[in-house]
Write a protein of this length. Structure first.
Length: 533
């Protein structure tokens, strides 16, 4: 085995059992990984110097091909109604076959941190078949100092082999694609998908399992902080605006996707951002747009003109889930530490496909827990394989695919932290108004930004409010700088009676969805449910 790069000599991949690999590149930096990816014809150089790759059949997460090993340690701690189980025997066969598959291969190893807070971070070793996957995850996780690599011993390992195909009969999988996590052995195996997001989400899933036992709340959210040192959290699924809305030139970006909330405050899990690019424009999202022309940013599933090498963000032929991955320092006002104090505001983002919810509403702590556990939003085309158009859905904790434990664990942690630190909670609709998807139109981003600015600077607390007759939360009736009737969604519809019908349908969906959580919440949270017609 030929070894290139810097690694702890007492902790190489041979210790894991990968003994037949031909060549291993340890901890290459960005220029080296970029160079290897181009030399191996894994993608192309885009205008401005970004690296552009296409991922073939998988252009989003393969949520139905994800498994957790069910053993004595996980039997009573995993939310099995939401997580597919794999037997230890099937995982052992999968591991043996994937390890055998590496014989004679060239692999890339990155030793990185998951988590900015030294007290709660985890050491992660990522082993990839593709050099550009190494570049991607080097952007996405937190990079140790070179001196820290000398005694680096991983607490979690991910082996990502897109060229390996699982055997459903031999490995107990649904298809030839697999993302299998052994929480006890702290090993994740990924096969038959080039979609890079699977690797980063695997780290998130591990932290979602480990941190609650330490009293730390793991969150699928973005975060930023103002000059007054007051931070804000933005919960939401992909496509609801987490990345866009947290990238605010007036506030320092902590991170765009995954954070923890501990007794020390909030901290980013990652060292980079993974932003959606479909319909991306310099006018609406200048900070993110600028990263697409930066050297070594990774453009994933973005159409590149073969002559000019310019990206076309309006081309959704391959997928509407095109992405750009870049290190946090590519955002001019990004936090250097990835940490901030306790949040003053907690924002829950939803893309309401029914056009019923107002652009912003203030929640009581019990209403906040109700909507957190409900996780109402819409799946946007391409975010997951098989999703076309926009589909209304409920994804508890605004991230059900990444929640190994029961939602009540995360809900109670969040409720306690909100109460302890007196955070104000808001529900923000970045979805549709004036009618449902297909009839109405998307909420103007200028309106959302104006309302969020007012919430974050405290001025929204001083405007007149009405109580929504369907959901019981408070909705502003007038806000300086916000014109028209957008604050009252019923008034934006051509026929108010049609709005009432849609509102009743949505209320009924909320009530039916929440039935599974009622045994796990107190009476105040139950009372926060919308009023049935």
């Amino acid at each position: 085995m030929q070894v290139i790069g810097r690694v702890n000599p007492n902790n190489t991949i041979t210790g894991l059992g990968l003994n037949e690999v031909a060549k291993v590149f340890y901890n290459l930096n960005e220029p080296q990984l970029y160079e290897r990816a181009i030399a191996r014809d894994e993608g192309v150089v885009a205008a401005g110097g970004a690296f552009a790759a296409m991922t073939g059949q998988h252009t989003g997460r393969s949520a139905q091909d994800k498994y957790i090993v069910r053993d004595s340690d996980t039997e009573d701690t995993i939310w099995w109604a939401n997580n597919a189980a794999m037997s230890p025997e099937n995982f052992a066969r999968l591991r043996a076959d994937m390890f055998a598959h590496t014989a004679g291969m060239e692999l890339y190893v990155q030793d990185l941190y998951g988590g900015a807070d030294p007290e709660h971070r985890i050491k992660v070793r990522v082993i990839t078949e593709l050099a550009w996957h190494g570049l991607f995850i080097r952007h996405m996780l937190r990079r140790p100092e070179v001196s820290e690599l000398d005694d680096f011993e991983p607490e979690m390992t991910i082996l990502n082999l897109p060229g390996f195909t699982a055997d459903p009969q031999r490995h107990g999988t649904r298809t030839q694609t697999v993302i299998a996590g052994d929480l006890t052995g702290r090993l994740v195996l990924i096969g038959n998908t080039e979609y890079a997001g699977e690797t980063k989400k695997s780290v998130f899933g591990f932290l979602n399992y480990l941190l609650p036992a330490k009293g730390v709340m793991p969150m699928h959210c973005s975060a930023n902080v103002g000059d007054d040192e007051a931070s804000a959290l933005f919960f939401g699924l992909s496509g609801t605006g987490k990345t866009t809305l947290s990238s605010d030139p007036a506030r320092a970006l902590i991170g765009d996707d995954e954070h923890g909330w501990s007794a020390n405050g909030i901290f980013n899990f990652e060292g980079g951002c993974y932003a959606k690019t479909f319909k991306l424009s310099a006018e609406a999202e200048p900070e993110i747009y600028a990263t697409t022309g930066r050297w070594a940013s990774v453009l994933e599933n973005v159409h590149i003109d073969p002559q000019t090498r310019l990206p076309d963000f309006d081309d959704g032929t391959a997928t509407e889930n095109g992405r750009v991955a870049y290190p946090l320092h590519y955002i001019p006002n990004a936090s250097q530490t990835g940490q901030a104090g306790h949040p003053r505001n907690v924002i829950m983002l939803t893309a309401d496909a029914f056009g019923v919810l107002p652009p912003i509403a203030r929640l009581t702590p019990s209403q906040a827990m109700y909507h957190f556990l409900s996780g109402y939003t819409a799946k946007v085309a391409g975010t997951e394989k098989g999703v076309a158009g926009t589909q209304a859905t409920f994804s508890t904790c605004f991230g059900a695919p990444f929640m190994p434990r029961h939602p009540s664990v995360y809900g109670n942690l969040l409720k306690g932290l909100i109460a302890e630190h007196d955070a104000t909670c808001w529900l923000v609709n970045t979805g549709w108004t004036g009618g449902p998807y297909g009839t109405g139109h998307r909420m103007p981003i200028r309106v959302t930004r104006a309302l969020l600015a007012a919430a974050l600077d405290g001025s929204l607390n001083d405007v007149p409010m009405r109580v929504d007759r369907n959901f019981g939360f408070e909705v502003p009736t007038s806000v300086p700088g916000v014109t028209g009737n957008v604050l009252d969604p019923r008034a934006t519809w051509g026929d108010a009676a049609d709005y009432d019908v849609q509102a009743a349908k949505l209320v009924d969906m909320f009530i039916k969805n929440f039935a599974e959580f009622e045994a796990h919440v107190d009476d105040a949270v139950k009372a926060a449910a919308p009023a049935a017609a």
